[in-house]
Design a protein. Structure first.
Length: 549
């Protein structure tokens, strides 16, 4: 039987449930388990209800279990909300200073914290330490993880943790398995690392959940040598990034749907001026402010069509941290190779959830050089070429006058309004055709499950995780489009061979990927949709799929 544990730790905002969840995940990771963490939090600084749900298993999963094996409660609300999801033999471990109940194991975490001279938030260390003792994790392993993860007041946290560990009883033993610990990353961390490996020099952003942690992560890592700048709004963000790219520095921006809406004029400028830019758009519930801390995949059609005029662009939608790592690096390189906008479309749960990542992916990412001017003859910024890509030079370069124009222009970048504008339109069209051919040579589509099944699911972004599990359970095929624009027609036709029934699984109200597939002549026979801001459970997909079949 596969070892597969679900641990949920919850409390009010400000009680540190997220950090506690990460420490629990890293304890299991040290024992060799594959890890997935789902983060759920409200748009509040204090109060409300936050929780982290950790899945630790011998096999790698990227979806959460419906039933909880261990429920750790920093406050009573956590028990009231989640006790109904407890497995038959599930165990509740709770803060007995605030919760009075007969069932479960009470730990005086606030009393211990106060006696040790700690701050109230350090009660989360006490609860995690008690849990570690209960499930038979050695103190040395716990001590190492605490030292690695807690950056402030570590000695005080260790005193609190040690006391909670000593007074708790060992009730069972979570066995160590033979696998080595994995690299654990959120999607936003993976996105950051991939872009840095591909040569990122400037990152511009205005804080907007769930993209903000990219900015925070890059700003803290001085060894990355990435200049992180927070302008006054998203309009300034993209315009400053385009200026940095024009000057020759690889640049990226990050935002969510509302911020991207403000960037669309800048997107059009990038299309007309053929300025490379990587735009990271992390979706959340919309429209408007929507649900700032919850997930919907509602921006796909928007990013595919944003901006005015015909703009060659790449749209890439990774579904986990490993894919964020690889495709952010690829996206930055593609932006510079084809001098065009690249939109990395992730979603809240990809951005903020934690996944196992194979470190070898980093070796696949290199900083690629763009097509550069040969430094002979008159420099033409928009030189008409067979593949539509013009050689680049940068301001200050000897013997080159470098122009960038938001108006239609000639090869030198001088504004024109004559009928000759069609030559530049056709140049950009040829570039798009070159991009289409390139996509077919890239890993644009992935397939999981039974590749010979005549029933297939199509899922993108975070829905890939639960859909993959159900495909493997039922012996059917899962197709995951990752590069969506230009659309990988040949790859999709190949993976659809033999498929008689195709069902789209999405976190939106209208089935936006299904619409994209239909626009490409691919018939979708049914849609499995969810739009309450939370990701799919495997059983939800299975029940709806059985009804469709």
């Amino acid at each position: 039987m596969v070892k597969d544990y679900s641990i949920l730790i919850g409390g009010a905002a400000g009680q540190g449930s997220r950090m506690a969840g990460l420490i629990i995940a890293k304890l299991f990771n040290q024992l060799g388990y594959r890890i997935y963490i789902y983060e759920d939090y409200q748009s509040l600084i204090r109060g409300g209800h936050n929780f982290s749900q950790i899945r630790a298993a011998e096999k790698e999963f990227q979806s959460r279990k419906e039933k909880i094996d261990f429920l750790l409660a920093l406050d009573e609300n956590t028990i009231l909300l989640h006790e109904k999801d407890l497995a038959e033999k599930g165990l509740i471990i709770f803060n007995e200073d605030k919760i009075k109940r007969k069932n479960g194991i009470g730990i005086p975490i606030e009393k211990i914290t106060k006696e040790m001279g700690g701050f109230p938030i350090m009660a989360n260390t006490a609860l995690v330490s008690a849990f570690a003792k209960i499930i038979g994790i050695d103190w040395k392993i716990l001590e190492e993880v605490l030292k690695r993860e807690i950056k402030r007041e570590i000695d005080l946290n260790l005193k609190i943790g040690k006391r909670a560990y000593e007074i708790s009883k060992n009730l069972l033993k979570i066995e160590k398995i033979s696998k080595e610990p994995s690299l654990l990353l959120t999607g936003n961390e993976g996105t950051s690392l991939g872009a840095v490996k591909a040569g990122l020099k400037f990152y511009f952003a205005y804080p907007m959940t769930p993209a903000t942690s990219i900015m925070n992560f890059l700003a803290k890592k001085e060894d990355f040598k990435v200049k992180v700048i927070q302008p006054e709004n998203e309009i300034s963000v993209i315009n400053m990034a385009l200026g940095a790219s024009f000057a020759g520095a690889k640049s990226a921006v990050g935002t969510s749907g509302g911020g991207f809406a403000l960037m669309t004029e800048g997107l059009s400028l990038a299309g007309q001026s053929e300025t490379p830019i990587l735009i990271i758009e992390s979706q959340r519930g919309g429209p408007s402010t929507g649900m700032p801390t919850y997930n919907l995949q509602g921006d796909l059609l928007f990013v595919l069509s944003a901006g005015h005029g015909d703009i060659p662009r790449f749209v890439i939608a990774p579904g986990d941290a490993a894919e964020c790592l690889y495709y952010s690096g690829l996206g930055l390189n593609l932006a510079w190779k084809y001098q065009t906008p690249v939109i990395l479309l992730i979603d809240k749960d990809v951005s903020e959830n934690t996944f196992c990542v194979n470190e070898k992916i980093l070796n696949l990412i290199q900083s690629e050089k763009p097509l550069l001017w040969a430094k002979s003859g008159d420099y033409k910024r928009y030189k008409i070429t067979e593949d539509g890509v013009s050689p680049l030079a940068f301001p200050g370069e000897k013997d080159a006058i470098v122009k960038a124009d938001s108006y239609e222009h000639d090869e030198f970048g001088i504004t024109i309004e004559s009928e000759e504008v069609e030559k530049m339109q056709e140049k950009r069209l040829r570039k798009y055709e070159t991009m289409k051919k390139a996509v077919e040579k890239l890993p644009a589509v992935k397939v999981y499950g039974n590749q010979n099944s005549n029933i297939a699911l199509v899922a993108w972004g975070i829905t890939k995780g639960a859909a993959k599990e159900i495909a493997e359970n039922l012996g059917i095929k899962l197709i995951q489009p990752i590069i969506i624009e230009p659309f990988p027609q040949k790859q999709m036709r190949e993976v659809l061979k033999g498929v008689e029934k195709l069902f789209s699984i999405e976190l939106n109200t209208t089935g936006q990927m299904a619409k994209v597939l239909n626009s490409q002549g691919i018939k979708v026979d049914g849609k499995i949709l969810k739009y309450n801001g939370r990701p799919f459970f495997v059983k939800e997909i299975e029940d709806k799929l059985k009804k469709l079949l």
